[in-house]
Design a binder for this molecule. Structure first.
Ligand code: GLU
Length: 279
């Protein structure tokens, strides 16, 4: 059975781009007689606000979205991410990194030609090269993030790929994100880890989301291989643009579902305008 999901982060009010993505995911499940889930990705205690969670649920109900079962809130499931992190540590594919942001920036600047990934320059691997003694010493003095040793991970899982309904077979390229952070200093997880764990625990078989997250799937697929999770199918959709050709943004208040509703639009009006923008 097809199980899809919409997984917004409550860092602001949902805009029309989110509404499109939510309806896209719901349709993907319903047209196949499957299930559609709603998950709130609120691991970031600074950027995510409970009132935005409440508001987004209200906005989606207003839009007419109907999800199956309970809503999963990531902030209530930190133990699940900790367990996955422990398994990765046991596999020897993680290492603690003690660098501050400015130390990473200085190291990249001094390296001159730092390799670039999907999100900019890659972590240069300073803490990967620490000795066991140095690591133990730092552990007592500083807090650490946990990074994936992407070369080790690749060596362990070999050549793998994932399937996108539009792009077809896509090869995993660990070098797109390099030694990405899987657990932060303030929370014992990250977007990449929690999304992979949750899609597995919730039995998601079809991940739909915007093309802006296309490359992230390389990291998720790598984690699935390491953690022995089944591989869902993916459908990354194009990003909805406003009339001027710009991507919708949460800070653009006029483009939120809330503003549309308060401005007197009906849910049907919003759905119709989404259909015309999607063309
Ligand atoms: N929470 C992510 C976001 O709002 C989406 C996660 C996903 O669909 O994989 O951008």
């Amino acid at each position: 059975m097809v199980v899809s999901r919409f997984a917004p982060s409550p860092t602001g009010h949902l805009h029309l781009g989110h509404a499109f993505s939510a309806l896209f995911a719901e349709k993907a499940a319903r047209s196949a007689g499957g299930k559609f889930l709603l998950r709130i990705e609120d691991i970031d205690p600074v950027r995510c606000k409970p009132e935005f969670s409440d508001d987004l649920i209200e906005d989606l109900k207003w839009l007419g979205l109907k999800w199956d079962g309970e809503i999963r809130k990531q902030s209530e499931h930190m133990d699940d991410y900790k367990n996955a992190l422990s398994r990765l540590k046991e596999l020897g594919v993680l290492y603690p990194c003690f660098c501050t942001r400015s130390e990473v920036a200085a190291e990249i600047a001094s390296a001159g030609q730092a390799p670039h990934g999907a999100d900019g320059p890659l972590y240069p691997g300073v803490c990967r090269k620490l000795s066991v003694e140095q690591r133990e010493e730092f552990m007592e003095q500083r807090s650490a993030v946990w990074r994936l040793d992407s070369a080790k991970a690749k060596a362990l899982v070999g050549n793998i790929s994932w399937k996108d309904k539009e792009a077809g077979e896509v090869k995993v390229k660990p070098e797109l994100f390099g030694d990405v952070v899987l657990a932060r200093k303030d929370v014992p997880t990250s977007y990449h880890l929690s999304v992979t764990v949750d899609d597995y625990l919730q039995g998601v078989t079809l991940v739909t989301r915007g093309n802006d997250l296309f490359n992230s799937t390389s990291v998720h697929r790598l984690l699935q291989a390491l953690l022995d999770y089944p591989v869902p199918e993916y459908h990354h959709h194009k990003l909805l643009l406003d009339e001027t050709g710009k991507r919708f943004a949460k800070r653009d208040k006029a483009a939120t579902l809330r503003a549309a509703r308060e401005g007197g639009m009906s849910a049907k009006d919003v759905r119709d305008s989404l259909m015309s923008l999607a063309r």
